[in-house]
Structure formats: structure tokens, C-alpha cells
Design a binder for this molecule. Structure first.
Ligand SMILES: NC(=O)c1ccc[n+]([C@@H]2O[C@H](COP(=O)([O-])OP(=O)(O)OC[C@H]3O[C@@H](n4cnc5c(N)ncnc54)[C@H](OP(=O)(O)O)[C@@H]3O)[C@@H](O)[C@H]2O)c1
Length: 233
């Protein structure tokens, strides 16, 4: 049987869409969240190939069993906004990524990290909330420096519909601004796991006016690869 993909945050609005797409593709999925009970009520109905496991990114030991044997992991976690403590971006966006990497041990699954635009723009107002942007970038850097396949997706403002248009634009360099639908980000995460062009990349995502018929090998293939252990600014 195929190895499972763990979706940490698979109960969330984006995580549920990623989970659904992975299930449509036939792969087993483990939805990982802070409470297996609430996960069951929030995520798609349990069925063949879908399971729910408790895992909190702030507790390394809680991640070991949910991630064991997985060939891929998606990290789609809401950061919290406290300046310090368990609900801070430091705990969820940086230490959480370190905990994920630690819990994997010697396993080398492909990890897709959902980050955001603005992470390199330290003066942006979002950095006032627990230094959200700094810690998100530190988490990205930790993943890029790890010796495993990775994809860092930096969505612009998330929408439930294609509010800015149907076409998808991928960028690098973190200079833009705009909106992207959760469905398009979910598809990008799934495509990045399946296409070789998706590995070792960091990119921003936007919708713009135009047709919604993305050529994923072309979009992902046009991206610059992340250098090993380098910081993609
Ligand atoms: N909103 C935007 O415009 C925007 C833009 C760019 C990027 N993003 C990012 O995109 C990602 C997905 O966004 P969304 O709207 O889908 O978020 P969401 O609906 O709030 O879902 C977030 C998920 O995070 C999980 N979570 C929170 N703390 C956790 C922890 N300590 N351990 C494990 N899981 C935890 C929650 O699961 P449980 O409650 O089951 O634990 C939940 O499923 C987030 O990282 C968000 O910051 C958002």
C-alpha cells in the first residue's frame, strides 16, 4: 500500500482542501491536529484512506507517531499572535518546524510548508504580531537547510473564491501583493508533491485576470531551485 501523506492543520480551511485533493488522487491521508476529536468533526468524512491523529507542532513527541512511515508532510498551521509563549509565532512557525524535523528522525519525506508573502519584509505591519514574519522566515530557513525534499509555498491573501481572477502567477523574491484562492494553493501543494519540478522551491502565489487552466509542470519548472542550506530572500 502507498505510504501516507500527513497534513498537519488538515482540519483548517486550506488543509481540508489539500486533504480532499490528496484523497481524490487515491493516496492515504493522515489529518493531524491538536485534537483528534475536533479533527473528526471539521475534516472530510472518514473513509477509505483517511485517518485522524492528534499532533501538536509545539510538542515534538506528539508528532512522532503521526509522521511515522509518511512519504510526504504538509504543514498548514495557523500561527497565533501572542508575543511569547505557546500561542506565539515563534512556537508554531519556528519551533514547530524544528519539532517536525526532529520528529522525522532519519526519515526524509517531502515536506510542503505553507508560509506567506511578506516574510522578508521586516517592516510590514504583520511583523508587529509576535514577530510573525521573522519567525515564519526562520521556519522556512530551517526547512530549506534540512536534508530532505521541500517546497515552501508563500500564498498572498487567501480567498475562498478566485476573487482576483482565474490565472495563477508564481513569483520569487517576495516583492508582490495580491490574492490567491485556497483551492489554487491546495492544488499547488498537491502538484508540488507529485511533480519533480516542485521540489527544492520557494515561491509566492497570486491570482490575476485570465483563464484558469494552469500548466503545473511549466509553472513549477520555471522556478529557481533553492540552494542547499541557502536562504531564499
Ligand atoms: N489568511 C490569509 O490571508 C493567509 C495568507 C497567507 C498564508 N496564510 C497561512 O495559510 C495557512 C492556512 O490558512 P487557513 O486559513 O487554512 O488556516 P485555518 O483555517 O485557521 O487552519 C489552521 C490549522 O492550523 C492547525 N493548528 C493550529 N495550531 C496548531 C498546532 N499547534 N499544532 C497542529 N496544528 C495546529 C489547526 O488545527 P487544529 O485546530 O485541529 O489543531 C487548523 O487546522 C496558515 O499557516 C495561514 O497563516 C494565510
Amino acid at each position: 500500500m502507498e505510504s501516507p501523506t500527513a497534513v498537519i492543520g488538515g482540519t483548517g480551511r486550506l488543509g481540508r482542501l489539500i486533504t480532499r485533493r490528496l484523497l481524490e488522487q487515491g493516496g492515504p491521508v493522515r489529518v493531524v491536529g491538536r485534537s483528534a476529536g475536533s479533527a473528526r468533526s471539521a475534516a472530510p468524512a472518514a473513509g477509505a484512506g483517511l485517518s485522524y491523529l492528534r499532533g501538536d507542532v509545539r510538542e515534538i513527541e506528539s508528532l512522532v507517531a503521526p509522521l511515522a512511515g509518511c512519504s510526504a508532510v504538509v504543514y498548514s498551521v495557523e500561527p497565533g499572535t501572542a508575543d511569547a509563549g505557546p500561542d506565539s509565532p515563534r512556537a508554531t512557525m519556528y519551533q514547530g518546524v524544528l519539532n517536525l524535523l526532529g520528529a522525522l528522525g532519519t526519515a526524509r519525506p517531502h515536506v510542503v510548508l505553507i508560509s506567506q508573502i511578506y516574510v522578508t519584509r521586516r517592516g510590514h505591519s504583520m511583523n508587529a504580531y509576535g514577530r510573525l514574519l521573522d519567525w515564519r522566515l526562520a521556519g522556512e530557513d530551517a526547512l530549506r537547510a534540512a536534508d530532505l525534499p521541500h517546497t515552501v509555498i508563500r500564498p498572498s491573501w487567501l480567498t475562498d473564491h478566485r476573487a482576483a481572477g482565474g490565472r495563477i502567477r508564481l513569483e520569487q523574491g517576495d516583492l508582490g501583493d495580491g490574492k490567491i484562492s485556497r483551492a489554487d494553493v491546495a492544488e499547488a501543494a498537491v502538484q508540488a508533491l507529485h511533480l519533480p519540478e516542485g521540489a527544492r522551491t520557494t515561491f509566492e502565489m497570486y491570482n490575476e485576470p485570465g483563464p484558469a487552466d494552469p500548466d503545473w509542470p511549466l509553472l513549477l519548472g520555471a522556478l529557481r531551485r533553492d540552494e542547499p542550506a541557502a536562504v531564499a530572500r
